[in-house]
Design a protein around this ligand. Structure first.
Ligand code: NAD
Ligand code: DAU
Length: 355
């Protein structure tokens, strides 16, 4: 079945990778990206697909109902892949308001618009609203706790994860109340190409390349379950095509790593792959800094449901994925250098000086 997709947040990290994936696998589908181009969005990310006849980029906000109504009807959209969000935990601690606005109000606005549109289409059974969410809604695990499953109770700890949890509840309620064909995915930490420098892996790659210290929060013992972004995009493809409306699917990489080990591994790879490093070995740049407020100790995903019901499994190991990612940042200085803007420096000073 061919689809007409609206991809919100398609100029961000995962959205960009998803658009590239979809346009390659389904070249005949219509793909419309709606993105507000906040600091995290970059239209140049989509240069590879901009020239295609069945691709369209729209600069706009998911809180702007008239724009969404217009797009849904003129483009005859049947599938929304909803990525748009404020996504960085540290920024949510410094300023939570934008998180409530985009993540909660924006998701609500999209749901209402899609519900109305779907009702004018006789509630077609092919319609889908994919809500891309996070494992952080489940809170924090102790070292011996079982991994998060789809039935783990919600316990978000940061303004970011609380706003994502709020949006998940709205999406769930729209299925329960109106039978709007929504699906939620809760995914673990992604990494790969086009990730904004503020997140752990690109930050460490870029800081080694510019000879700046590598700030590890607290004692570096926090654990994340890392998933290569290409594997996430394949999972979302399977969920859109074969997932069951009203269901939630957890997506994870089976790759639990302590932050300090991850940073040390990145340093080793940088030493091996980079030629002109300002400081070598890069490990000497590692600096332990004040911890993130309310820092979640451990995330881990039990991805058995998507494996047994939809046949998806991660395919890229952490070593392969990190190598691909380090190589990407090494080869795309022209992409990341302009992102180290005055605004970014101001955020950096604020975030790392309060820690
Ligand atoms: P990102 O911050 O890189 O990109 C977000 C995109 O949304 C940007 O292009 C930005 O311009 C756009 N955007 C922000 N506010 C908007 C608004 N009001 N209207 C329209 N567009 C707006 O985020 P990401 O890391 O690509 O994450 C994408 C989604 O996946 C988010 O919903 C996030 O919660 C979820 N998620 C991310 C991860 C991860 O590890 N990065 C893991 C699990 C889930
Ligand atoms: O788990 C999924 C989530 O993963 C997504 O929902 C979020 O959008 C995404 O940002 C990510 O959240 P984290 O807070 O886990 O990712 P981040 O890259 O910010 O941090 C990863 C770990 O590294 C975390 O334990 C904090 C630590 N860290 C991070 C930064 C930026 C450091 O030690 N130093 C740093 O400078």
């Amino acid at each position: 079945m061919s689809r007409r997709l609206l991809v919100t947040g398609g100029a961000g990290f995962i959205g960009t990778n998803f658009v590239h994936h979809w346009c390659q696998v389904y070249p005949d589908d219509r793909v419309v990206v709606l993105d507000a181009l906040t600091y995290a969005g970059n239209r140049l990310n989509l240069a590879l697909v901009e020239g295609r006849a069945n691709f369209r980029f729209v600069h706009g906000d998911i809180c702007d109902r008239p724009i969404i109504d217009e797009l849904l009807s003129t483009e005859n959209i049947d599938t929304i892949a909803h990525f748009a969000a404020e996504s960085h935990v540290d920024r949510s601690i410094l300023g939570p308001a934008a998180f409530v606005q985009t993540n909660v109000v924006g998701t609500f606005t999209l749901l209402e618009a899609f519900r109305q549109h779907w009702e004018t289409k006789a509630k077609s059974s092919n319609y889908r609203f994919l809500h891309v969410s996070t494992d952080e809604v489940y809170g924090s695990l102790s070292p011996d706790d079982p991994a998060f499953s789809e039935t783990t109770p919600y316990a978000p700890n940061s303004p970011y994860s609380a706003s994502k949890a709020g949006s998940d509840h709205l999406v769930r309620a729209y299925y329960h109340t109106y039978k709007l064909p929504t699906i939620i995915t809760n995914c673990s930490n992604n990494y790969g190409s086009y990730q904004f420098p503020e997140k752990l892996i690109p930050l460490m790659c870029i800081n080694t390349l510019i000879g700046q210290s590598l700030p590890v929060y607290g004692d570096g013992q926090n654990v994340r379950d890392w998933l290569y972004v290409g594997d996430h995009c394949r999972a979302l493809d399977v969920v859109i095509n074969y997932g069951k409306p009203g269901e939630t699917y957890n997506i994870g990489g089976n790759n639990e790593v302590k932050n300090i080990h991850l940073v040390e591994l990145l340093c080793q790879m940088m030493d091996e792959l980079a030629t002109n490093l300002p400081v070598r070995p890069t490990k000497q740049l590692i600096t332990f800094v004040k911890d993130r407020q309310g820092h979640d100790q451990r995330y881990a995903i039990n991805a058995n449901k998507i494996k047994t019901e939809l046949g998806w499994m991660p395919s890229v190991t952490i070593t392969e994925g990190l190598r691909l990612t380090v190589e990407w940042y090494l080869n795309h200085r022209d992409w990341w250098e302009p992102l180290l803007s005055e605004e970014y420096q101001a955020y950096y000073r604020k975030n790392y000086s309060v820690k």
